[in-house]
Write a protein that binds this ligand. Sequence first.
Ligand SMILES: Nc1ncnc2c1ncn2[C@@H]1O[C@H](COP(=O)(O)OP(=O)(O)OP(=O)(O)O)[C@@H](O)[C@H]1O
Length: 189
Amino acid sequence: MVGRPIVISGPSGTGKSTLLKRLMGEYPDTFGFSVSNTTRSPRAGEKDGVDYYFSTVDMFKKMIEKNEFIEWAQFSGNYYGTSIAAVKHVSNVLKRTCILDIDMQGVKSVKKTDLNARFLFLSPPSIPELRKRLEHRGTETPESLEKRVNAAAAEMEYAKTGAHDKIIVNDDLEKTYKEFKDFIFSEKV
Ligand SMILES: Nc1ncnc2c1ncn2[C@@H]1O[C@H](COP(=O)(O)OP(=O)(O)OP(=O)(O)O)[C@@H](O)[C@H]1O
């Protein structure tokens, strides 16, 4: 059975990618991610509809006007976005449960659509622990680390408003992965 889309959010460095990688490894045919739209040119070997939906700036701007994106942004002169249609494609055509890994703004945006998603918030045990994980991951400059830690506070405040169906604290990874799967497979039809 194809489930309702699942939205996973939580501060950067909380462990979302770690859990999703493990889930995809264990269930390679059940879940899917949506394909993003972009206005950048395809690179060698990239296929439209597989790597990205490639579009012109005009087309992209029309989609923005028509509120067809859950989130979009501009990076180094190109537009990138996740469309509502791309999420529906995963459920309706690929027959997989779509998983979205997005931030607080994305969560608010999904709530305004007809996607009928389920919302999971992954929380770090504490902000100091989150900082430690980001430092250990080795991906951040001192500036980007501060930015992520500051953004984490806002995400945590938003989670307190009851916007999510479930909050899981990622302390012990094995315990967290079990709770994560319990939530994902607990959908009532
Ligand atoms: N339960 C845990 N205990 C200790 N370390 C963990 C735990 N879960 C994840 N980590 C580690 O924390 C770091 C951040 O995890 P990960 O990259 O999965 O976060 P993320 O939420 O996907 O971040 P981003 O939003 O920036 O992609 C990684 O180095 C990961 O190995």
